[in-house]
Ligand binder design. Structure first.
Ligand SMILES: Cc1cc2nc3c(=O)[nH]c(=O)nc-3n(C[C@H](O)[C@H](O)[C@H](O)COP(=O)(O)OP(=O)(O)OC[C@H]3O[C@@H](n4cnc5c(N)ncnc54)[C@H](O)[C@@H]3O)c2cc1C
Length: 268
């Protein structure tokens, strides 16, 4: 058996729901400076136990195989030895059932490389920023806000978070607190299956944009010359909202071609 590649320790695990958690990891060595919005690889060996509420593997993984997947960093960029992740369990998946079985003090692999072009840093300081998320797609925005909210007072920032029910709105308390504390930040949650206790929005994200909710609540214009959009999470949401924005003259940001529409797709 080769030497273990584990190089980090679990220092915190909070289950927000049976299949959603925040995971905090201390790396043995500090990582190099990174940009809010970037991701790294987490890994566990096939021999690790799966969580009790996952489904059995149809295709078992070799015990000595290091299963690695990318995860967006949710913590601030000034923390180079402790990282927070916001993770949803795919019950039939290879890695997440093993991640959900971890306990504080246990060991894990965290890649030394932090990469990705989904970065707030390149957005001009005087331009506004709209961050749209479903599920754990919120993770990169937590890093944006924790790293930059105070440093960008001239930039109006808004998070539009789409979910089915109230309890699917991860980090609701932190986002509500930031909304009430910072003049330049607006939090706009919207639900598609709300119960009668919900007083907020109940519409799809494209509908919300169409109805000018951003202008009314955050004084933000949908204009590629003034406002950058970030979309992160469920591929269907990303496809629908980016389709709507492309019709409003937005163009996708790539490494070679700068644009005001930034996209990070992953199931969440
Ligand atoms: C750049 C990037 C950043 C990411 N950041 C995060 C993050 O911050 N938090 C997070 O939870 N995930 C994130 N992901 C997704 C993550 O990398 C894994 O794909 C996910 O955790 C599933 O891994 P797994 O090994 O358990 O499942 P796998 O064994 O890889 O997946 C099994 C199958 O399920 C599908 N699948 C994957 N995820 C889901 C899902 N959620 N629901 C339904 N089907 C799914 C896959 O397409 C695959 O066919 C990110 C992905 C990318 C590309």
């Amino acid at each position: 058996m080769e030497e273990s590649k584990y190089n980090a320790t679990v220092v915190g695990k909070i289950l927000l729901r049976p299949d959603i958690m925040t995971l905090r990891l201390d790396t043995d060595e500090p990582r190099e400076k990174f940009n809010a919005g970037q991701y790294t690889l987490l890994g566990l060996y096939g021999r690790e136990e799966r969580s009790p509420n996952s489904t059995p593997e149809t295709d078992p993984v070799e015990p000595d195989k290091l299963i690695q997947r990318p995860y967006s960093i949710a913590s601030a960029t000034n923390q180079l030895e402790q990282f927070e992740f916001y993770i949803s369990q795919v019950k039939s998946g290879q890695l997440t059932p093993r991640l959900f079985n971890l306990q504080p003090g246990e060991r894990i692999f965290v890649s030394k490389r932090i990469v990705g072009v989904f970065k707030l840093a390149e957005t001009p300081l005087n331009q506004d920023v709209v961050m749209v998320a479903t599920g754990t797609g919120l993770a990169p925005y937590l890093s944006f806000l924790r790293s930059y909210l105070v440093d960008r007072p001239e930039s109006k920032m808004a998070i539009i978070q789409g979910a089915a029910k109230q309890w699917d709105l991860g980090y609701y308390s932190e986002l509500t607190f930031l909304d009430s504390t910072f003049e330049n930040f607006t939090y706009i949650p919207t639900l598609t299956e709300a119960d009668s206790t919900w007083n907020g929005h109940e519409m799809w994200i494209e509908e919300m944009l169409e109805k000018n909710v951003l202008k009314d609540e955050a004084d933000i214009d949908i204009d590629p010359g003034k406002t950058h959009f970030f979309l992160s999470g469920n591929p269907k949401m990303v496809e629908k909202v980016s389709g709507w924005l492309l019709k409003k003259d937005y163009s996708k940001h790539t490494r070679k071609q700068p644009g005001a529409l930034h996209v990070e797709e992953f199931w969440s």
